[in-house]
Design a binder for this molecule. Structure first.
Ligand code: GLU
Length: 395
């Protein structure tokens, strides 16, 4: 059957492709430690599962409003308002099937053919592809390690054209864990004030996963005058270990959100009603466990950083948020048969039995990403295997 040219040009999601490959190998009985996909190793907390189960038994198994139940939207509005200093009401909020669907809907309802979307690289794999699906043009801006993997105000200013419609900001960022500080957002806001037609999509999905003294700062809090043209996307997947429940949400100006709801009403309708009941329990219940999880992630981050820094072949950038390590592996190029980050990841899969994702999938060649939201024992084994496999390589 015919596939249109636009969809033919879209890449398969790098994260999903490599995670599937690792899953297939494990299913074939191969001994592989999978550090590809970004998700906590914890199960969803029991009180959330129990609430969803009870809700299903009570008949919460039918369609809800397309935008989500009023109860859930109210809780989300309260959460965002508290975090970001906004004043969102129900009509500013839409719930969808994961953050990805909301980003998809936002770009689908807004982009015209050839509109440009500025995406700081390294970026989460799906941003440019969703832009292409929506017939826009991704404009990738390389943000090197020396700049903390963050776009500078100068870079932004020199990249904006008359065709720019969006800037995507993701902080804490996937795949690097970089976190924008207040002053950086202020400088970015100064540039954005000069360009009224540019909207900002803030992907805050890792808002709760922040280490040490780093702080989560939203653009809306730093620059409230930009609230009318800022869209905040987040969800429960990462914070509450609910990736499979597919609950994401988006907050923004009510007319725009209305268009997103219209589109969603013609595609998936509401996010799962049962998942929405679970999401209510997550937001209403105790948040204490999140502190324990953060403590574990911090330990895991420190473990992988300190162990991998032992290798002279690897460059480590300590993440300030999220649960990924973006490891520089350029010094391995030229050893053995390795000449790019795909080679390195294949080598690690074959020789260390550890699955990680090449940086080039995230728009930055010369790195690999691993997810460290895993049990300590597994991480220790994975990192030891990686170090051992690298140590046998020689120039
Ligand atoms: N966002 C996660 C990751 O980067 C999940 C996979 C995906 O949807 O890309 O690994």
């Amino acid at each position: 059957m015919q596939i249109n040219q636009n969809i033919s040009s879209v890449r398969v999601s790098g994260t999903i492709k490599l995670a599937q490959r690792a899953k297939d190998m494990i299913a074939e009985g191969k001994n592989v430690i999978d550090l590809t996909e970004g998700q906590p190793h914890y199960n969803t907390p029991a009180h959330i599962i129990e609430a969803a189960y009870t809700g299903a038994l009570e008949g919460k198994t039918r369609y809800t409003a397309v935008a989500g139940t009023p109860h859930l939207r109210k809780l989300i509005a309260d959460h965002i308002n508290k975090l970001n200093g906004t004043d969102y009401q129900l009509d500013n909020i839409v719930v969808g099937c994961g953050g990805k669907q909301l980003i998809f809907n936002a770009l689908m309802v807004s982009l015209e053919q050839g509109d440009e979307v500025i995406i700081p690289a390294p970026y989460w794999v799906s941003y440019p592809e969703i832009v292409k699906i929506a017939r826009g043009t991704p404009i990738l801006v390389q943000c090197p390690e020396v700049a903390g993997f963050k776009i500078t105000a100068q870079q932004l200013e020199s990249t904006i054209t008359n065709n720019t419609r969006w800037l995507i900001l993701n902080s804490p960022g996937n795949p690097t864990g970089a976190v924008y500080v207040r002053s950086e957002l202020e400088e970015i806001a100064t540039i954005l004030r000069k360009h009224q037609r540019v909207a900002i999509l803030c992907d805050d999905i890792y808002e709760a996963i922040i280490y040490d003294d780093a702080e989560f700062n939203s653009l809306t809090k730093v620059a409230p005058d930009l609230i009318p043209r800022t869209l905040t996307v987040s969800g429960l997947s990462k914070s509450y270990a609910m990736t499979g429940w597919r609950i994401g949400y988006c907050a923004g100006e009510s007319d725009f959100i209305g268009q997103m709801i219209k589109l969603q009403g013609q595609s998936t309708t509401n996010a799962s009603s049962i998942s929405q009941v679970g999401a209510v329990a997550a937001l209403e219940g105790s948040q204490e466990f999140l502190k324990d999880w953060l403590h574990d992630y911090t330990k895991a981050r420190d473990l992988v950083c300190s162990k991998l820094s032992q290798s002279p072949y690897l460059d480590i950038y300590k993440p300030e948020g999220a649960f990924y390590l973006f490891v520089g592996c350029r010094k391995l190029f030229g050893t053995g048969e390795l000449s790019n980050d795909h080679d390195v990841c294949n080598y690690l899969l074959e020789n260390a039995h550890v699955a990680v994702i090449p940086g080039s999938e995230f728009g930055s060649q010369g790195y690999f990403r691993l997810c460290f939201a895993k049990q300590e024992e597994l991480l220790n084994e994975a990192i030891d295997n990686i170090l051992q496999a690298i140590s046998v390589l020689s120039h």
